[in-house]
Design a protein around this ligand. Structure first.
Ligand code: ADP
Length: 426
């Protein structure tokens, strides 16, 4: 309050000089005092000037009420001190209710009291202003929140709609894939079957050239059937319709069978295929067909992506209730940033048209899904140019979900699942 204050005194005493102004000048506070004689004039100067405090000295209380109301309706906010002739608490309280900051009785007027009143009126006014500001900010934040909430609700609705559409499209796609692959299987089986009949020695009659051509038809037919089966399995896994058929089985036999099927492929590339079975208990409760598909898939990938060196497959118990299948190769390897992506359906590290290695990119997605529904876990370790290790941990006894139709098949985002038999001779 040390700066030069601007004070307005409203005093309707037309003859004598204002005693308020007099008392104010004796407070020692540095101030500039303007005086007006009536409410209208006061309103005019208050609209056009800034004042730190207004003192209102009226004989008629009614005039005070009127002026305060006018100030309020004009939006003028200023500390307002009312001087009253007699001590009427009731009128004072009413004036404060209406918007005045302080009131006091003129008979108690002294430079000290008026200085005190001035300070407290200004403090109260500043506090009120701060409160007003905070309230205003709160109001604005609340309005902002409400509008953001409204926007969020609208966005949620939009996302919901889009999700519904996506679900619809996805289910259409599953139905399409399932129908197409199912429909393609029948004629493809006929092509394979009739080619096999043609190749039977007792069928005879075919020239060497014709035999060669039928063999090619059979080989390509089988390859095509592999891919069709792959898509069918994929669509079934994706729609949650693939059911495991568990039984008590010898895991070492499953792995040996898979190795027998893949060995010719490894030998054709001069790769050693080494098997280590280190199981105390070879029995597990699982789906033999799906387990074999997993191992065949990993092994055929190992053969496909290895140009020289070795491929290992190992099974061992980790605990009484858990087994681990490891497939290792000395192939081209996978960069660590591709680890997550290779489990996504149709994803291949080399996606270009001129890519060296064939395949649909469904194999690992299928393995991942199958391992997931078996309650297992798949881990990968790999280094470019050195080789890859795929480790599959499985419970010795898988748990069947009560409703397999509703099982969510993968822990990997964007990955769909099906079974893939690359290079496998049916
Ligand atoms: P596909 O073999 O049909 O391409 P997969 O889902 O089996 O599909 O594999 C996805 C990708 O992961 C492959 O295209 C390849 O880039 C990579 N990959 C899988 N296995 C190996 C491996 N043993 N060595 C190197 N890369 C591999």
């Amino acid at each position: 309050m040390e700066e030069n204050l601007k004070i307005l005194v409203i005093d309707d005493n037309q003859t004598d000089p204002s005693i308020v102004s007099l008392a104010l000048t004796q407070t020692g506070i540095s101030m500039e005092i303007d005086e007006v004689k009536d409410g209208n004039h006061a309103l005019f100067v208050l609209i056009n000037n800034h004042y730190d405090c207004v003192f209102l000295d009226y004989l008629q209380n009614q005039d005070s009420f009127t002026l305060i109301r006018k100030l309020q309706s004009s939006g003028i906010k200023v500390p307002l001190v009312i001087l009253m002739d007699s001590a009427s608490e009731e009128i004072g309280r009413e004036l404060i209710k209406l918007g005045a900051s302080e009131y006091f009785v003129k008979s108690r007027l002294s430079p000290e009291t008026i200085a005190q009143i001035l300070r407290s009126a200004m403090r109260i006014h500043h506090a009120e202003m701060r409160l007003d500001l905070v309230n205003q900010q709160l109001k604005e934040s609340r309005e902002q929140l409400v509008s953001q909430q409204r926007e969020l609700t609208a966005q949620q609705q939009q996302i919901k709609q889009q999700n519904l559409k996506l679900l619809e499209i996805s289910s259409l796609k599953s139905v399409f894939l399932a129908t197409i692959s199912h429909e393609l299987r029948t004629p493809m089986n006929a092509i394979i079957g009739f080619s096999q009949i043609l190749l039977r020695p007792k069928f005879g009659q075919l020239t060497n050239k014709q035999l060669d051509m039928v063999e090619k038809i059979l080989k390509n037919g089988k390859n095509l059937l592999i891919k069709i089966n792959e898509v069918l399995d994929f669509s079934q896994l994706e729609s949650g319709k693939l059911e495991l058929k568990p039984e008590i089985l010898d895991l070492s036999k499953v792995v040996s069978n898979a190795v027998t099927k893949i060995r010719p492929l490894a030998e054709a590339k001069n790769l050693s295929l080494l098997v280590k079975i280190d199981l105390e208990n070879t029995l597990v409760f699982n789906d033999a067909v799906r387990l074999q598909q997993i191992v065949i898939n990993l092994l055929s990938n190992a053969v496909k992506f290895t140009e020289s060196g070795n491929i290992w497959v190992e099974i061992r118990d980790i605990t009484q209730n858990q087994v681990i299948i490891t497939v290792k190769d000395t192939g081209i390897g996978i960069a660590s940033q591709d680890f997550q992506n290779i489990f996504a359906a149709f994803h291949q590290v080399d996606q270009g048209i001129g890519r060296k290695y064939s395949g649909t990119g469904l194999g690992l997605a299928i393995i991942d899904s199958l391992v997931d529904i078996m309650g297992g876990k798949i881990d990968i370790e790999s280094q470019l140019g050195v080789g890859s290790i795929f480790e599959i941990k499985l419970p010795r006894k898988i748990n069947l979900a009560p409703d397999l139709g509703s099982v969510v098949f993968s822990s990997h985002e964007n990955s769909f699942h099906s079974v893939y038999y690359p290079h496998l001779k049916l």
